[in-house]
Design a protein around this ligand. Structure first.
Ligand SMILES: [Zn+2]
Length: 167
């Protein structure tokens, strides 16, 4: 019985775009200090996509942990493109060094794997999952914490009462 209740509580909640989120960290429940953008998109890349970014409040230590992962991911993405370009430079002055380009390409592939790895770790450790709802002015949100999900439900109900026309 309790189990049924828990799975129901941990389902996705429909949240209007302007509705505030709880001022507590969704991972550990500590009072939140900083907001981080959590992004989600759906659709077909380069054809049509629904893209949203929601500011989720985190405590200081989880904010820093997520910011560190995001920075490493960004460096890896930068490396995918920058390393082959840099590795071709020595060959301009000395053609015998053109083999360095292949080393650069291998390192670039390695960076691609790292970028995927940090991206997966980032989405697994942010404590919330977000889904877009097409062109509707709402998104769907689910956290790993029952209490946090309940707080979101309460805030959404309150928001809908205060803004009946937009709900
Ligand atoms: Zn936390």
């Amino acid at each position: 019985m309790q189990m049924d209740n828990d799975t129901k509580e941990l389902s996705f909640i429909e949240v209007p775009f302007r509705c505030p989120l709880p001022a507590f960290c969704p991972i550990c429940g500590a009072p939140a200090e900083k907001s981080r953008r959590v992004r989600a998109w759906e659709g077909i890349p380069l054809v049509f996509t629904y893209h949203i970014s929601v500011g989720v409040p985190y405590c200081r230590s989880h904010y820093q942990q997520l910011a560190g992962l995001a920075l490493r991911q960004r460096l890896a993405v930068w490396g995918i493109f920058a390393i082959p370009l840099i590795s071709v430079l020595p060959a301009i002055s000395d053609w015998d060094l053109r083999w360095l380009f292949w080393v650069g390409c291998s390192l670039s592939l390695f960076c691609l794997c790292l970028a995927f790895y940090f991206g997966m770790r980032l989405s697994a450790s942010q404590g919330v999952r977000i889904r877009t709802q097409g062109s509707w002015p709402v998104y769907r949100l689910c956290s790993i914490s029952l209490d946090w999900n309940r707080m979101v439900s309460v805030l959404v109900d309150k928001y809908k009462k205060e803004h009946p026309a937009k709900a």
